[in-house]
Design a protein around this ligand. Structure first.
Ligand SMILES: Cc1cc2nc3c(=O)[nH]c(=O)nc-3n(C[C@H](O)[C@H](O)[C@H](O)COP(=O)(O)O)c2cc1C
Length: 206
C-alpha cells in the first residue's frame, strides 16, 4: 500500500491556492491508488511552534534522560518525522509570504531536521537519511518570481529536502495571482494542466 503525505502550509488552510492545487493532485493520486493511504498535516491550521533553545535541548537529550516536557517535544517531532518516513509521495503546498516560505513551514523543517535521525554527519559531510521519496511542490505567488534571483523559496526548499535525502522534487508554480483576474485564471489553469500531466504521465504522453 502506498502512502501520500499532504502538507498544507497556507494560512488559509484548505482554502489557500497552494492547498487547492495540492488537493487536485491528491485527488488524482487517490483515483490512481484506490488502496493508498493519505496523511494530511495542516500546519496552516495547526502551526508548528518556533524552535527554541528548550525545544532543541529536548531533541539533544538522551531519550531515557528526558523530562516529561522534553518527552512531549521530542515525541511531537518524532510524530512529524514518522509521517515523512511513512510516505512514498509527499505533496507540499507552498505559498509565498513576504518573499519567503510561511514561517510555520520553517518551524516544521526545524522540527524534522534531527541529527542522527533524519540526517547524519560523515567524513564527507552531511548525509540525508530520508530517501526514496517523490516530492511534489505546488507553489502559489501573487507576483512573478520563478527563475529569477528573487525566488529564494525554490532553492531553499530544494536544498532543505536534499539535505534530508529527498532529491526527487518537482515544482509546479501558479504565479501572478495578485495581478488581476485574467493572469490569475490563466496561471491557475496552467498549473492545473501541469498537475494533470504529472498525475497521468502516460496518458499525457499518448
Ligand atoms: C501576508 C501575505 C504576504 C504575501 N507576500 C507575497 C510576496 O512577498 N510575494 C508574492 O508574490 N505574493 C505574496 N503574497 C500573495 C500570496 O503569495 C498568494 O496570495 C498565494 O496565493 C498564497 O498562497 P495560499 O493562497 O496558498 O495561501 C502574500 C500574501 C499574503 C497573505
Amino acid at each position: 500500500m502506498k502512502t501520500l503525505l499532504q502538507i498544507r502550509t497556507s494560512m488559509f488552510s484548505a482554502g489557500g491556492q497552494s492547498s487547492q492545487l495540492s488537493q487536485q493532485f491528491v485527488d488524482e493520486w487517490r483515483t490512481a491508488n484506490p488502496d493508498g493511504q493519505v496523511i494530511t498535516r495542516d500546519i496552516g491550521a495547526q502551526p508548528v511552534p518556533h524552535l527554541t533553545a528548550e525545544r532543541f535541548q529536548a531533541f539533544l537529550a538522551k531519550p531515557e534522560a528526558r523530562t516529561p516536557e522534553q518527552q512531549a517535544v521530542a515525541g511531537y517531532s518524532d510524530a512529524l518525522i514518522d509521517e515523512v518516513r511513512q510516505a512514498d509521495v509527499i505533496v507540499l503546498g507552498l505559498p509565498m509570504y513576504n518573499f519567503g516560505v510561511p514561517s510555520t513551514l520553517k518551524a516544521y523543517f526545524d522540527h524534522i531536521a534531527r541529527a542522527g535521525v533524519t540526517f547524519k554527519y560523515t567524513e564527507k559531510g552531511p548525509k540525508g537519511l530520508v530517501t526514496g521519496k517523490k516530492v511534489y511542490v505546488f507553489a502559489a505567488r501573487g507576483g512573478l518570481y520563478a527563475g529569477t534571483p528573487l525566488d529564494t523559496e525554490t532553492s531553499y526548499v530544494r536544498d532543505f529536502l536534499s539535505f534530508l535525502g529527498m532529491d526527487d522534487v518537482e515544482f509546479v508554480y501558479a504565479e501572478g495571482l495578485a495581478m488581476g483576474d485574467a493572469p490569475k485564471n490563466a496561471a491557475l489553469a496552467k498549473a492545473r494542466d501541469s498537475i494533470q500531466r504529472l498525475a497521468h504521465p502516460l496518458a499525457a504522453a499518448a
